[in-house]
Design a protein. Structure first.
Length: 739
């Protein structure tokens, strides 16, 4: 039986090989086919004893990746060979030197780049995925095809994710949505981007994904009829003009529909443009633009366009090389419909991105948008001194941002991310102009450096040789290029100013009777919501932290009651009061538990998504605030689960048969030694009592306090009040009642 299985498997692999050659986008020469065949044989032999979790031969994975590289990305023989060999060095005894000896230096270089990405070592307190991503981008210095093959590898992994455990599915899908989909978008691989996003949603929010898929299936017949009706009308008009074209009707991606539902806060039925028509026409290079606008004219003769939603990426292509006209028109039954107009050349570039662009470039000396972007990326990588996660956040923001087109005083057009400022523009022209910027004029009017630009603006930069960047400039820019340049200039003086700031801080704290120590520095960094001690000393050095702010810190530090309570009170069950556990109100409510063991731990509900009992949630272990609980569909969940997978903790709501109530207690008495300790012990010894807020003070021997506690029922609260009253020195404990 096993022999028959292997024989069938080998036949299937042989069929895959034939398919690989057949679907290749590039024309393969006899030498190309020999190279691919050799890579196929070497990889098949190297992986012959390996199997995937699904049970199938491992070699199906590299050949599937090679097919994506050949067909959907459109790369040539060298990249196809590297895709076939991409796991050989990592998973088998074959070395990079063996690859170079058997093939050629270029194939070996690509395989080495792919292997480097996989062998990143995890560092303490640093996201492995962020480091992995930064290292992956560094391979761009060698060859952009490394990342293109890596995207193909990720696409196939996403397509075969079903056999993985759920927590791995969520982690890999989160990484995909966080990094790989935006990267595919930026490299012009829109078809692959859509696939990655849809698959990412399938595993991060399966309920939402299945709901949208189900609704699309339900409405498919009606949508097809609607598309056919519009297509027939347009075909008659286009045929009269004797144009050579095809019309494709396609639904929008599942993820794009999901995003519209989220952003607009609407149901599936209320998303109005769930599909698009694409008109792809044949044309000579000289007639491309003319025919596009002719088709625009025909479409708008039959359907009224929305002027505010016309996108002309033919006159001003995206920096990815994407060209098309996007027209949104009012179709029958009062529905908006997007019509995309592309030539065959534009359509290939939209589908294949990088590879198609170079096919059509044919020695054109003008730098295309992708070349410019890759050069900017290399510059950012070389100059970036930020930690990996900050780097990824900055970089990702520039990956996915929409573009605006602005003009220099001489009328040259420049592309910037949407949200860019006039100072971003200055750095976009040249870093030396950026750091010498004294002011900016937009459309002839003097504007602040943080003025947000709009498409069509004309910007003039006023420079001065005496101008230098300040730390405030980091708040004035949005592009990673500008941020990195400003940081590099600031870093030259930062350490010197920080040293002076440390001396100043030492003197100021001494007046407040506080000695500067490592623990005090850490407290100050947290108090001012900074990242490092260098930030703290620098801000003191430039006078950004005022004396009153330091006094506020000293006041907070002196209030030892609060710190003492927070360190002592726990939510954990105390064995001393098991009798209280039995005296509960017999109703079912929800309680949060963590980890496989369903532990009851301290936590905070995140304010970014405000989870409520019953929501699907996860815990995130923060550095300063303990466990924060987020909804699984929280806007930040993809970033957290991708960058900080090692700090994610399982969490879920369970029936606890207890409901929590808030009660405010007023306490008065004599301020005796050890009173705080006794009060803490009494509260912590009562099961499921949590402090929500504390306000305590002592004045001339009199102790006053207000404590808001969270309890499960009145029995526990009465027991708590009785126990507090027994403390020596406590005179009165009253409960506050509010409407």
């Amino acid at each position: 039986m096993q022999e028959i299985d292997i024989e069938l498997e080998n036949k299937a692999i042989a069929q895959e090989y034939k398919e690989l050659l057949r679907i290749s986008y590039q024309t393969l020469s006899p030498e190309d086919k020999k190279l691919i065949r050799k890579a196929f044989d070497v990889a098949m032999d190297a992986h012959k004893d390996q199997r995937r979790k699904s049970g199938e031969a491992y070699f199906f994975h590299p050949i599937a990746v090679a097919k994506i590289v050949a067909d959907e990305i459109g790369l040539g023989a060298t990249a196809i060979a590297a895709a076939l060999l991409h796991d050989v060095v990592e998973d088998t005894p074959i070395t990079i030197h063996d690859i170079e000896r058997m093939f050629n230096p270029k194939v070996a270089q690509l395989v080495e780049g792919l292997t480097k990405i996989s062998l990143v070592q995890k560092e303490m307190n640093v996201s492995m995925q962020a480091e992995n991503f930064r290292k992956m981008l560094l391979t761009l210095n060698d060859d952009v095809r490394v990342i293109l093959i890596k995207i193909a590898d990720r696409l196939h992994n996403m397509q075969t994710l079903d056999t993985m455990e759920e927590y791995k599915q969520i982690k890999i899908a989160s990484e995909t949505l966080y990094i790989y989909a935006p990267l595919a978008h930026r490299l012009g691989l829109y078809k692959i981007k859509n696939k990655l996003e849809d698959l990412g949603l399938k595993y991060t929010e399966p309920a939402m994904y299945n709901e949208i898929v189900s609704k699309i299936k339900e409405t498919k017949e009606e949508q097809d009829a609607y598309i056919a009706y519009i297509s027939d009308i347009l075909k008659k008009a286009l045929d009269i003009e004797k144009l050579d074209y095809i019309i494709k009707g396609r639904p929008k991606s599942i993820y794009s529909i999901y995003r519209k539902m989220k952003v607009q806060g609407v149901r599936f039925d209320e998303v109005y443009d769930k599909f698009a028509l694409r008109i792809v026409y044949k044309s000579t290079a000289n007639e491309e633009k003319f025919l596009a606008w002719k088709i625009y004219s025909i479409v708008t003769d039959h359907y009224r366009p929305s002027p505010s939603r016309l996108r002309d990426w033919i006159s001003s292509p995206k920096t990815t090389g994407y060209e098309a006209l996007h027209i949104t028109v009012m179709g029958p039954k009062g529905r908006w419909v997007e019509v995309q107009v592309r030539s065959e050349r534009m359509d290939e570039i939209a589908e294949k991105g990088y590879a198609a662009h170079y096919k059509y470039k044919q020695g054109d000396s003008e730098e295309n948008g992708l070349d410019v972007w890759l050069n900017l990326l290399k510059e950012a990588l070389e100059s970036s001194e930020t930690n990996a996660v900050d780097f990824v956040e900055d970089f990702k923001m520039n990956l996915y941002s929409k573009e605006i087109f602005v003009f220099t005083p001489k009328g040259e057009i420049k592309s910037l991310p949407k949200g860019a400022t006039s100072l971003d523009f200055a750095f976009g022209i040249h870093s030396e102009i950026g750091i010498r910027t004294r002011g900016t004029r937009v459309n002839g009017k003097l504007v602040p450096l943080n003025h947000e630009l709009k498409s069509g603006d004309q910007i003039e930069v006023i420079t001065s040789q005496y101008q230098k960047p300040t730390i405030n400039w980091l708040d004035y820019v949005t592009t990673s290029r500008a941020k990195n340049k400003i940081k590099n200039v600031l870093n030259e003086n930062t350490k010197k100013i920080a040293e002076e700031g440390k001396e100043v801080l030492t003197r100021k704290l001494k007046h407040l009777k506080i000695t500067l120590s490592e623990s005090v520095v850490n407290e100050l960094v947290n108090f001012f919501k900074l990242k490092t001690s260098l930030d703290l000393f620098y801000r003191v050095g430039i006078g950004a932290i005022e004396n009153q702010q330091l006094k506020d810190y000293a006041t907070q530090k002196s209030n030892t009651f609060i710190n003492f309570f927070k360190s002592k009170i726990k939510r954990n069950t105390s064995p001393v009061n098991e009798d209280l556990h039995k005296q509960v109100i017999s109703s079912n409510y929800d309680m949060l538990v963590f980890g496989v063991e369903q532990d009851k731990l301290d936590y905070k509900l995140s304010t970014c998504c405000n989870p409520i009992p019953g929501d699907e949630v996860f815990g995130f272990i923060t550095i300063n605030e303990g466990i924060k609980v987020h909804k699984k569909d929280c806007p930040n969940s993809i970033s957290l689960q991708s960058n900080y997978a090692y700090r994610i903790i399982l969490a879920k709501w369970i029936d606890s048969s207890q409901q929590e109530f808030k009660a405010i207690l007023h306490i008065t008495g004599m301020d005796t030694i050890g009173l705080t300790n006794k009060l803490t012990k009494v509260i912590s010894d009562n099961m499921n009592v949590n402090i929500q807020s504390i306000s305590l003070s002592g004045d001339a021997g009199i102790f006053k306090g207000q404590i808001a506690v969270i309890v499960q029922n009145n029995i526990i609260l009465k027991k708590l009040i009785d126990n507090i009253k027994k403390i020596d020195g406590i005179e009165k404990v009253t409960r506050e009642y509010k409407n």
